[in-house]
Design a protein around this ligand. Structure first.
Ligand SMILES: C[S@@+](CC[C@H](N)C(=O)[O-])C[C@H]1O[C@@H](n2cnc3c(N)ncnc32)[C@H](O)[C@@H]1O
Length: 192
């Protein structure tokens, strides 16, 4: 489909910039679509760390990855993504994906929250290796999501001053604010 939805665009673009054998993080595993995507992209020598605060999401993501025969590449953590820095070394990760909000059809109380998301983004930025990429899908179509999406966009834009390249992709002319995708690349020469 042209133009693609942000979720589809994220997979299409990221697929080409993830090398085999790297370490990747899915900060919001949910039903495991992104975890499975990352597990396929990193190849048999790569590794994926996947986080979610809902046991049901971890179970769902684990089942999806197992059905694809990729289980041995993924380490699941039933935990808040703010703790991701306890599971990887600084500057060791090639890509971190966030898909904010709540699971489709799920309890909206288990949505991502602005303070935890901003804290987890800071952790992700320090875990990324130079040249690594941060991918964040934002959903401003509901009031809380709009606040979170604006805060995240402002936060990532702030990285530009430290040499990061930050892009935003979204569909125009929708009835409600459309989901948008933020892609941030850490500078190749950086300690940020
Ligand atoms: C939009 S869904 C993710 C969809 C998923 N990437 C997929 O491919 O199916 C957002 C997920 O974030 C999880 N979540 C919310 N707050 C979290 C937190 N603080 N740490 C980790 N996961 C969280 C929710 O439980 C939910 O499963």
């Amino acid at each position: 489909v042209i133009p693609p939805r942000p979720t589809e665009l994220a997979h299409r673009l990221l697929r080409d910039c993830i090398d085999e054998g790297v370490l990747a993080i899915d900060a919001t595993a949910g039903n495991g679509h992104d975890t499975a995507f990352l597990a396929a992209a990193v190849g048999p020598r790569g590794r994926v760390l996947a986080f979610d605060i809902q046991a049901a999401a971890i179970d769902s993501a684990r089942a999806r990855v197992a059905a694809l025969g990729l289980a041995d590449r993924v380490e699941f953590h039933h935990a808040c993504h703010t703790g991701m820095a306890s599971h990887a070394a600084p500057a060791s990760v090639a890509v971190v994906m966030f898909n904010l909000g709540y699971l489709p059809g799920d309890d909206h109380d288990r949505t991502t929250t602005t303070p935890a998301t901003l804290q987890a983004l800071a952790a992700a930025a320090s875990l990324l290796r130079p040249g690594g990429v941060l991918s964040v899908l934002c959903y401003p179509g509901h009031p809380e999501g709009a606040i979170e999406a604006a805060a995240v966009a402002q936060d990532l834009e702030g990285l530009v001053a430290s040499g990061w390249r930050v892009s935003r992709y979204e569909t125009l002319g929708t009835r409600r604010p459309a989901p948008f995708w933020l892609l941030a690349a850490k500078p190749v020469q950086s300690s940020a």
